[in-house]
Design a protein around this ligand. Structure first.
Ligand code: 5AD
Length: 354
């Protein structure tokens, strides 16, 4: 799909034409990754962060937030819980926290891999290559690092560098892939200053980078951040500014599925947060094939406030798990088996049906 066609779809508001987009994305999803929905248990292991991202509630200088870091045993328990519920993956996410030391985490990853069958996905920010390499050697399978926007000016305005090191997430993603990680990129939808043209470009970058996973969620205003206070924002002209709505996020998920047919795409917590009734289902019906139930102990979960009123406040339990599976089955979907890594289409048998 051309940039112009992508931008045209992002600007589309006709309900019946959008129905056509949802149906197309759903058909491409079924033909390429099937009806399985892979469940990833999410562990938010630390809300310390060295960075000052202008939109994020756990940014370093937010003094209103009490900080926590989970212990090795708590992380191990979380991974065992993921395995017990049949989630094929544990996602170890946190701020860019240098209190998470390279060797300490490498030891935990080795234990998870030795003691459970779950895949390990990391999402810990722009760590130096030595850290990323050591964690990969310890057995980590995947790494998530959204590049947030491909517009260099918007990116630079909301991502202050850490010391002298430039922030270049696309370069880090490339190196992650060379290290043998499955890599996940992604963006927020509706960042002040984000234009339709730049969002269309983001979607073409998903395809060019051949990401194994792409995470897309709406930007949500956090009042205790510069962007939330209106300080660092420079919105685009009204006719060019992307809104941070549920429907706009669904358009991006659907178009991403069409251009990256075999990628694993989550229906994100942020999407469920902006529409508590339909967000998660719409994501799954419009291209997504992954859900990330939260396994973080509740005493910490309320402190992992990257944005306010985050969805997913339910305790991890057998009841929650069966309720979720029931909802998936009502949509004609089934919980994924195994680790749910990227499966590449066998290209020797001719073109894909789409
Ligand atoms: N609104 C929406 N998403 C956010 N993230 C961080 N802060 C916010 C916010 N205010 C997302 C970013 C980051 C991911 C872990 O969470 O995209 O990459």
């Amino acid at each position: 799909m051309s940039l112009d066609a992508l931008e045209g779809w992002l600007r589309e508001e006709d309900a019946s034409r959008l129905e056509h987009l949802w149906r197309e994305a759903d058909a491409v999803r079924r033909a390429n990754v099937g009806d399985e929905v892979h469940l990833r248990g999410l562990l938010e292991i630390s809300n310390y962060c060295a960075r000052e991202c202008g939109y994020c509630g756990i940014r370093h200088s937010n003094k209103k937030l009490a900080r926590y870091r989970m212990s090795a045993d708590e992380i191990l328990d979380g991974a065992r819980l993921a395995e017990k519920y049949g989630y094929g993956t544990v996602v170890v996410q946190g701020g860019e926290d240098y209190g998470i030391e390279r060797e300490w985490l490498a030891g935990i990853i080795r234990r998870i891999k030795a003691e459970t069958k779950v895949a390990v996905t990391l999402s810990l920010g722009e760590r130096p290559d030595e850290d990323l390499r050591s964690w990969r050697e310890a057995g980590a399978d995947r790494y998530l690092l959204r590049f947030e926007t491909s517009d260099p000016e918007v990116y630079a305005r909301i991502h202050p560098a850490l010391g002298a090191r430039p922030s270049d997430r696309l370069a880090i993603l490339k190196r992650l892939s060379e290290m043998g990680y499955e890599t996940g990129g992604g963006v927020m939808v509706g960042i002040p200053g984000q234009t339709y043209a730049s969002l269309a470009r983001d979607i073409t970058i998903f395809r060019e980078c051949d990401f194994d996973m792409v995470g897309v969620g709406p930007y949500i205003v956090h009042p205790d951040t510069p962007l939330g206070r209106g300080e660092w924002s420079a919105p685009a002209a009204p006719e060019n500014q992307v809104p941070n709505t549920e429907t706009m996020t669904c358009k991006v998920v659907a178009l991403t599925r069409i251009v990256c047919p075999e990628a694993n795409l989550p229906s994100t917590t942020a999407l469920a947060t902006v529409d508590k009734n339909h967000g998660r289902e719409h994501g799954l019906q419009r291209g997504a094939n992954v859900v990330m139930p939260n396994l973080t102990p509740l005493k910490y979960r309320c402190l992992y406030e990257i944005y306010p009123a985050k969805a997913g406040t339910e305790v991890a339990s057998d009841a929650f798990r069966s309720d979720l599976v029931g909802r998936l089955e009502q949509m004609g979907r089934v919980p994924g088996k195994g680790q749910g890594g990227r499966r590449r289409r066998d290209t020797s048998t001719g073109p894909a049906p789409h």
